[in-house]
Structure formats: C-alpha cells, structure tokens
Design a protein around this ligand. Structure first.
Ligand code: FES
Length: 101
C-alpha cells in the first residue's frame, strides 16, 4: 500500500481551472482543480523536466510552461496514447489534503 502523505490545507489548493505546484518529500506534484475535482499529477514534465505545476490549464489540459506539451488535467495522459505522467489518489479530510504516493 502506498504511503499517504499530507501535502497541505484545503485553503492552499488551486482555484477552479488552475494548477499549482506542491512539494511532497522529494516528489514534486502538479495539483489541479477542474470541474471541482482535485487531482495530483507527477509535477515534472517527461520531456525535459519542466514544472507542470507552474503551467496553466487550457481546455482541460495542463500546458507545460517550458515547451507546451499538454497533459490531461485529471488523468495525466497525453493524447490518445499511454504516454503522460502518473497520477496519485487525493483525499480530503476536514481541512487536510492527502496524497497516496
Ligand atoms: S519540458 Fe515540458 S514540454 Fe519540454
């Protein structure tokens, strides 16, 4: 079973339609909120290591700020194929936000 780690408070989560970077131990996460759903994606772009959590969400996709690769803001997928970034389950209990990594 994956460890469940607290990444912050609900007040720190991104606003609807936005992405935000969170540090969780050695891992950098890109946390998104889209259609009310909070998702945690791997935060390092597989292209050249760009910070996905510093990107914007356009048409449901996180756009990497370095060269514009686009990842589904909920699933991390790129297009129709299997490439993309990992996602991690998010749970919210009271004011605390946890991610299973
Ligand atoms: S590092 Fe993300 S698109 Fe190049």
């Amino acid at each position: 079973m994956s460890p469940r780690l607290k990444i912050g408070n609900v007040t720190e989560l991104p606003a609807e339609g936005q992405a935000k970077e969170f540090q969780c131990g050695a891992k950098t996460l890109c946390v998104t909120r889209l259609d009310g759903a909070v998702s945690a994606l791997e935060g390092v772009c597989p292209h050249r290591g760009g910070p996905l959590g510093q990107g914007v969400i356009e048409e449901g996709k996180v756009v990497c700020p370095w060269h514009g690769w686009q990842f589904d803001a909920k699933t991390g997928a790129v297009g129709e194929d299997d490439e993309g970034v990992a996602t991690y389950p998010v749970t919210i209990e009271g004011d605390d936000v946890f991610v299973e990594i």
